[in-house]
Design a protein around this ligand. Structure first.
Ligand code: NIG
Ligand code: FE
Length: 406
C-alpha cells in the first residue's frame, strides 16, 4: 500500500513507497474513507459495517498504464518473419510497413470498429489489474482518422469503467502523402493542435522523435504548438538512437519522456532537474531485441521518477500485460519490487496527470484497488507470466475477478 505527500517518488525515494503488513481499507460510496493498520481502521468504523477478510493477501492501488496505443485496427503478424530475420524496426517503417501498415488498416476502420477493438484490449488490461490507462492516437496521420481515434477514447472513457487519458500523436510517422514534403506534414500537425484543444480531444500531445521519423527541431515545433494551445506534452525519446529527445523534454518541461534506452546520462539528469518523468517500456525493448533502458542509473544516479508502461501496440509491443512489464523491469532492469510497484501506481499516475486521483490508496480518493493472489509485493515479480490479480475494483465496485471482466 502507499500514501504520503503528493508528487511522484523520485530516485531513491521510489523505495520508500509505504507497505503496511497488517493493513485494512474502508470504502464508502465508492471512496476510501480509511486506510492504515488494521486495528486502527477497525476501531474507527461502526460495529455493523460489512467486513471482508482477504486472508493476508496483498492489496495495492489499481495499476496505471501510462503509455499505450490501444486504439488501432488490424495486426502486423505478417511482419513477424521479417523481424525474426533481423530486419530493424526502423527499416520496416522506412520501407512503408510498420506503423504505416497499421495506419492503412486504421484509416479503413469505422469509429465503431475502433471502439470494439480497443474495448477488448482495455478489458484484458482490466483483468490484469489496470484501472487507469493513457491512450494515444497516431495511426491516422490525417485529421479524420486521428479525430476518430480520439473520439474512440472519449467514448470508451464515457462507458468506463477504467479512467482513460487521451494523447494526440499526430506526429507518429511521416504521412505517406507527405513523403516528398516532410516539412509540410509538420505544418499540418501543428495546424491540428488548435482543433485538438478546442474539441477537448486530448490532454497531451506526443511526438516520435527518432532517426528518420521526426527530428528534435520538428519535435520542438510540434510540441511548442501543443503547449501554446494548453496541451501537456510527452515525447517518444531516444529509443533507438540518442537524438536528444530527453534534453528536449527537459527544455519544454514535458510531463514525461518515454523509452529512453539510448538517452545520454547528461540529458537524463536534465530531465530529473526539470521534473520530467521517465516512462520505461521494457516489453518493447525486449520485443525489439534491444538493450534495456538504464533504470538503475536513472534511479540511483540521476534521481529520476521512473514509471513503467506496456506501450501496447501492434508492432513493437503487442501485449496488454502490465504485470509482465513489471517482471521485465525487475529481472531485466534490476528494479526492486517496491520500485516496480511505485512505477506502475503513483509514478505512472503522475506521468499522465492523474496523480491526485489514481495510483495511491489515500483517504478521499476513489476506491480503485486490486486484491492479489500473493502475500507480498515481491511475489508480484517473483512469479511471472500468469495473471495474479484476483479481484479488481474501481470506485469501490468489483469490475474483474480472476481474469473475467464483470
Ligand atoms: O512506442 N515508437 C513509436 N511508437 C510505438 C510503436 C508503434 C508501432 O510500431 O505501431 C512505440 O514503440
Ligand atoms: Fe509508444
Amino acid at each position: 500500500m502507499q500514501g504520503g505527500p503528493s508528487g511522484p517518488l523520485c530516485g531513491k525515494a521510489m523505495r520508500t513507497a509505504q507497505v503496511i503488513c497488517d493493513g485494512a481499507i474502508a470504502v464508502k460510496d465508492g471512496r476510501l474513507v480509511a486506510v492504515g493498520e488494521r486495528p486502527d481502521v477497525e476501531a474507527a468504523l461502526p460495529a455493523d459495517v460489512n467486513r471482508v477478510d482477504v486472508g493476508g493477501r496483498l492489496v495495492t492501488p489499481g495499476l496505471v498504464d501510462p503509455h499505450t496505443h490501444v486504439v488501432y485496427a488490424g495486426s502486423r503478424a505478417s511482419e513477424l518473419e521479417q523481424k525474426l530475420n533481423g530486419v530493424p524496426y526502423l527499416d520496416v517503417l522506412a520501407a512503408g510497413g510498420g506503423i504505416l501498415s497499421t495506419v492503412e488498416q486504421t484509416r479503413a476502420s469505422s469509429l465503431e470498429e475502433l471502439i470494439a477493438a480497443a474495448k477488448g484490449r482495455l478489458e484484458t488490461m482490466l483483468a490484469y489489474g489496470v484501472t487507469c490507462v493513457e491512450a494515444k492516437s497516431g495511426y491516422g496521420l490525417d485529421w479524420a482518422t486521428e479525430e476518430r481515434q480520439m473520439l474512440a477514447v472519449r467514448e470508451l472513457a464515457q462507458r468506463g469503467p477504467q479512467r482513460l487519458v487521451s494523447t494526440f500523436l499526430g506526429a507518429h510517422a511521416m504521412a505517406p502523402e507527405f513523403r516528398e514534403h516532410p516539412s509540410a506534414f509538420v505544418d499540418a500537425v501543428v495546424g491540428m493542435m488548435a482543433r485538438v484543444a478546442e474539441q477537448g480531444l486530448a490532454a497531451y500531445a506526443d511526438v516520435f522523435c527518432e532517426t528518420g521519423v521526426f527530428s528534435v527541431e520538428d519535435s520542438r515545433r510540434i510540441l511548442q504548438a501543443a503547449q501554446a494551445v494548453g496541451l501537456g506534452v510527452k515525447i517518444h525519446a531516444d529509443e533507438i538512437n540518442p537524438l536528444g529527445g530527453a534534453a528536449l523534454a527537459a527544455e519544454l518541461g514535458a510531463a514525461s519522456a518515454d523509452h529512453l534506452c539510448a538517452a545520454a546520462t547528461g540529458d537524463l539528469i536534465k530531465m530529473a532537474e526539470a521534473g520530467v518523468l521517465a516512462v520505461l517500456l521494457p516489453a518493447t525493448t525486449w520485443y525489439l531485441g534491444k538493450e534495456m533502458a538504464p533504470a538503475r542509473r536513472m534511479i540511483d544516479e540521476c534521481g529520476l521518477a521512473v514509471a513503467l508502461a506496456t506501450d501496447c501496440n501492434p508492432g513493437s509491443s503487442p501485449t496488454e500485460n502490465l504485470q509482465l512489464v513489471m517482471q521485465f523491469a525487475a529481472h531485466q532492469m534490476r528494479m526492486t519490487p517496491i520500485e516496480v510497484l511505485a512505477a506502475v501506481t503513483r509514478n505512472a499516475a503522475y506521468a499522465i496527470g492523474c496523480g491526485a486521483v489514481s495510483g495511491q490508496l489515500e483517504v478521499g480518493r476513489p476506491a480503485d484497488f486490486v486484491i492479489w493472489d500473493v502475500p507480498d509485493v515481491s511475489h508480484l515479480v517473483y512469479h511471472f507470466g500468469t495473471n495474479q490479480a484476483a479481484e479488481v475494483y474501481i470506485d469501490g465496485r468489483l469490475v474483474a475477478k480472476r481474469g473475467c471482466v464483470l
